[in-house]
Design a protein around this ligand. Structure first.
Ligand code: XMP
Length: 516
């Protein structure tokens, strides 16, 4: 088994970043909510080391989450970060006090002593920038620990017990605002926990292929292909593992971007020689969407029809025991919720989730351990074309949720043209890879314009571009005005039927990325 680290989540917003930094060091790791930790789980996972995340609670309050004793009887190195440091200190016999000066944002630590955690990164006497976010602080060290760094408001900014391999940092090494943080986490994973650092995408590919073969045997697998990164990587990986036992089904709902449908068929059927059914259901989808204006109703209509078409195609080929899905790690992590209660549905997401039960199929999910950027790395490893691997996410319901109001073929065609011009300019400006998602929205508004000597009364569109790391929060992309002017000019000149262009500068929250 590959060397692995366990990350215990106490509910920090940035716990996933710890996992990413550890994996970037070539060490496989998983996140477990603090309530789920017990002796059996730790034994079964067999980690080389454990990292305790930060969290919003205060250890000075009665009901606050604590680090399970099994963490300290496992006899492996432990690194506590922020709240993780505090709960570790408390559990091991130190004390923590609240109500001090809150330290939030950039801070400076002064290195007081050398430690294996700082090896090759920080020397005694250095003053280094870190990111702090805490109100409580450790005030008495547990036996065996000493202070290795201080900050103005955290006299125990970093503590170490070298003999047991226990370390605590009040700052967050996982965020970019702690410039040396990734190196410290690497030191913990490789030098202190002793992981080999051999978890690469090449190794993952081998292991995933072996696992798929073992799971599937001689069974048949159906994979829904959308043209997006995740399903494409799943398809190519599975094809490598089980060859023609894989049958891909591409449900073309007619809500795709310009030429996208043809590109999917060309790449997978013609280039990779993967058995692919192209179910062109665009007419059925348009008919089902006729007159539907409510966003949720649109999503539900598309989702339900998608499943019907997929199921019909699957039946035609005689069914299959397995359904492959591009589920990613963020969908699997059971994150700690301190808000309590179920969260409200903002938008019902479209996927083929209802199918496995309805058709009595088992799931094959070879990407369920990976983050999005790791899926991209795997795609590169598998030799998928760069423009596909780096493609922006595209929602299941497609352009339908980028056309507020009812959907018609004419509107879809118009939007496809606007979108293509916009993306072309973004690519030409070399900005595509800096942006999480960029797309156009066709507004249900007509405006008056003047072109040449004539009056126009045409449609308005909005352009959207956001930066994000996971789609959960997002900022609008700050294009310069010359760029926006150029795009607007091209759209109005090249796309007949659109005479006004606006740029959406809403962040998420309070907005969402898509308009519906
Ligand atoms: P919102 O609009 O909720 O979108 O801020 C967050 C991210 O999710 C994508 N999205 C979807 N992806 N099926 C998907 O596979 C869907 O139904 C769906 N709706 C939104 C959206 O494009 C953005 O990346």
């Amino acid at each position: 088994m590959t060397d692995r680290l366990l990350i215990v989540d106490f509910g920090s917003q940035v716990t996933q970043l710890i996992a990413r930094r550890v994996r970037e060091a070539g060490v496989y790791c998983e996140i477990l909510p603090f309530q789920a930790v017990d002796d059996a789980k730790i034994k079964a996972f067999d980690p080389r080391g454990i990292i305790l995340s930060g969290g919003p609670a205060s250890v000075t309050e009665g009901q606050s989450p604590t680090a399970h004793p099994a963490i300290f009887t496992a006899k492996v190195p432990v690194l506590g970060i922020c709240y993780g440091e505090q709960t570790m200190a408390k559990e091991l016999g130190g004390s923590v006090e609240g109500g001090h000066h809150r330290e939030f944002g950039r801070a400076e630590v002064e290195i007081k002593a050398s430690t294996r955690l700082f090896d090759g990164v920080w020397q005694p006497g250095d003053r280094k920038q870190v990111w702090m976010s805490h109100g409580d602080r450790v005030t008495k060290l547990p036996a065996g620990f000493s202070v290795v760094a201080t900050s103005e408001n955290a006299p125990f900014a970093a503590i170490a017990d070298e003999s047991r391999g226990y370390y605590g940092v009040q700052f967050h090494p996982e965020v970019v605002h702690t410039p040396d943080g990734a190196k410290l986490l690497r030191n913990f994973a490789l030098n202190i926990a002793g992981a080999k650092g051999d978890w690469t995408m090449a190794a993952f590919r081998e292991r995933a292929i072996a696992q798929v073969r073992a799971q599937v045997g001689k069974g048949k697998v159906i994979c829904g292909l959308s043209g997006g990164v995740d399903s494409s990587v799943v398809a190519v990986l599975l094809h490598e593992a089980i060859g023609d036992q894989l049958q891909c089904v591409f449900v073309d709902h007619g809500l795709l971007r310009l030429n996208e449908g043809e590109e999917v068929v060309r790449l997978f059927r013609d280039h990779y020689n993967i058995p692919l059914i192209h179910a062109d259901a665009s007419k059925e989808f348009l008919k089902a969407l006729e007159g539907v204006t409510d966003p949720e109703k649109k999503r539900k209509t598309i989702g339900a029809l998608f499943i019907d078409v997929f199921e019909a195609e699957a039946k035609k080929i005689g069914g299959a025991e397995f359904l492959a899905q591009g589920t990613l790690y963020p969908d699997v992590i059971e994150s700690v919720s301190f808000t309590g209660g179920p969260s409200v549905t903002i938008k019902s997401h479209h996927n083929v989730g209802g199918l496995p039960a309805r058709m009595n199929m088992k799931l094959v999910e070879p990407l369920r351990e990976l983050f999005k950027d790791e899926v991209r790395a795997l795609g590169r490893e598998l030799g998928l074309p760069a423009d596909l691997v780096n493609r922006h996410p595209f929602p299941g319901p497609g352009l339908a949720i980028r056309i507020p109001g009812d959907i018609t073929k004419d509107k879809l065609d118009l939007l496809r043209k606007v979108d293509a011009v916009y993306l072309d300019e973004i690519r030409k400006a070399g900005l595509y890879d800096e942006i999480w998602q960029a797309f156009a929205v066709l507004l249900p508004v007509r405006t008056v314009g003047v072109m040449g000597d004539g009056r126009t009364y045409d449609q308005a569109c909005a352009l959207r571009a956001v930066t994000s790391t996971d789609g959960m929060t997002a900022d609008y992309y700050p294009f310069d005005h010359a760029f926006l002017g150029r795009v607007a000019n091209r759209i109005i000149n090249e796309v007949r039927g659109v005479n006004r262009v606006t740029y959406d500068i809403t962040s998420k929250p309070p907005g969402t990325i898509e308009w519906e």
